[in-house]
Unconditional design. Structure first.
Length: 440
């Protein structure tokens, strides 16, 4: 069962992104006092009062404008509304009720989605919220996103409207595997073979799977959830007002929800720029992954075929050279058992913890082999390293001056960690921090 989705909408510059960042607990959306800064949908997974849910921040909707940017923003916001379980409309209490607010409210009434109405920028005068009853969206809730006043009341009203409750604990209880790839690569066939039954529709017609489908199963005495997703096409080929636009959004959400991503490629076709972009998204989200070449039975092979395919992957995926690849055929079952073996392995690697003592031994060996760089006559001095998180494994490197840490040396340290421990299939993160004693 997927998390509920909250879409945040409203006219430009009412505080949508400030609300989004406050609830997310970090600065994700760009916040400026300039209308139209947020044009694309921006997503984050968060929780409130025991409810886990996804939030979407959208660009400011102003149907009175007739320019190309506004048409694009309206398409993006309309898609977010279509996908949402609940919509939060934010209005500006200082501006008062405007024609733009009335237009946005009309869009929401037509959508027939549950709506929570929040009146922002009301630090002192809650009476200014009364006029927004005219929008016909229920009781307006006064708040100030800048000062955090009333934000909790708004969130309470939002989660009350969710039809299902997915708790943060429920989300973490089972290992979630997202099956991702371009249309017709064989994702649903892989899902069915893993489950041992026909649980999702399989067709030679690209795009048969329209939504992300969650299916629980057990493997090796462990609980898993398979998320079969719609194929992701190039952005230029997607009509964001269509069902396919909805499908792509659900696929990207599935990647964010997943503990492990299985990315399916069609072995009878070349890896594409779109494949690389989506795998880049998987990498950016810090997800362990397994690349699966499906339809291996359709490839004419010799003793070096797999090596040639692996080499092409290495050239295309230089940013994630830790990838794990398997060559399978859903048609005849060739090497199929290796998929779940690899899934378990990369998930285990993503949870690897290394003691601070061992880490600093690795660090000292790395420094002795290759001294840290200098810049403007000042040398980077690395004091110590410690692990601060898993999934993905994350390490804090304390130095005399973080600005001296060059990307190439950071990559060198990452490679040293990978040589010392098996991190295949998972990204790792290095965070450079100022050591407690700052040198003169």
């Amino acid at each position: 069962m997927a998390k509920p989705v909250l879409a945040i909408v409203g006219k430009p510059n009412v505080g949508k992104s400030t609300f989004f960042n406050r609830v997310a607990g970090k600065k994700i959306s760009i916040v400026k006092d300039v209308p139209g800064v947020t044009r694309d949908r921006i997503y984050v997974d968060t929780e409130w009062a025991g409810y886990a849910f996804s939030m979407i921040d959208t660009g400011g909707i102003d149907p009175t404008l007739d320019d190309q940017w506004q048409k694009y923003i309206l398409k993006q916001a309309s898609l977010a509304i279509d996908v949402a379980d609940v919509v939060l409309m934010i209005v500006d209490g200082q501006d008062g009720l405007t024609a733009s607010d009335l237009n946005v409210a009309q869009i929401l009434r037509k959508s027939k989605k549950p709506v929570v109405l929040a009146v922002n920028k009301l630090e002192n005068n809650e009476q200014n919220a009364v006029e927004f009853y005219k929008l016909g969206l229920g009781e307006p809730i006064a708040m100030s996103t800048e000062h955090g006043i009333g934000v909790g009341d708004v969130l309470d009203a939002v989660v009350e409207k969710f039809k299902t409750k997915i708790s943060p604990f429920d989300e973490k209880e089972k290992i979630k595997i997202a099956i991702v790839g371009r249309p017709n690569a064989g994702k649903s066939s892989i899902t069915n073979r893993l489950l041992g039954e026909e649980r999702v529709v399989v067709s030679d017609v690209a795009g048969t799977t329209r939504d992300a489908v969650d299916v629980p199963f057990r493997y090796n005495n462990k609980d898993y959830v398979l998320i079969d997703t719609a194929g992701i096409r190039r952005k230029s080929k997607i009509d964001y007002e269509s069902i396919e636009g909805y499908s792509v959004m659900r696929s990207l959400q599935a990647i964010r929800r997943a503990d492990v991503v299985v990315y399916v490629l069609d072995a009878s076709e070349e890896i594409t720029e779109q494949d690389v972009k989506i795998l880049g998204y998987v990498h950016e989200q810090g997800k362990p992954s397994v690349v699966v070449y499906n339809k291996w039975d359709l490839v004419e092979k010799d003793q070096n075929t797999a090596n040639r395919y692996t080499k092409k992957l290495q050239e295309a995926l230089k940013f994630m050279d830790y990838f794990v690849v398997q060559y399978v055929s859903t048609k005849d079952g060739t090497r199929f058992g290796r998929i779940m073996q690899s899934v378990e392995k990369v998930y285990q690697n993503a949870q690897t913890r290394i003691t601070t003592g061992v880490l600093n031994e690795i660090l000292q060996d790395a420094i002795m082999t290759h001294q840290p760089p200098t810049h403007s006559g000042k040398r980077l001095k690395i004091k110590y390293i410690t692990q601060v998180d898993v999934c993905p494994p994350t390490f804090a490197v304390f130095v005399n001056d973080p600005s001296l840490m060059h990307f190439s040396y950071e990559r060198y340290l990452e490679n040293c960690l990978r040589k010392a421990k098996d991190f295949s299939g998972t990204p790792i993160k290095l965070i450079t921090k100022q050591s407690a004693k700052k040198e003169a």
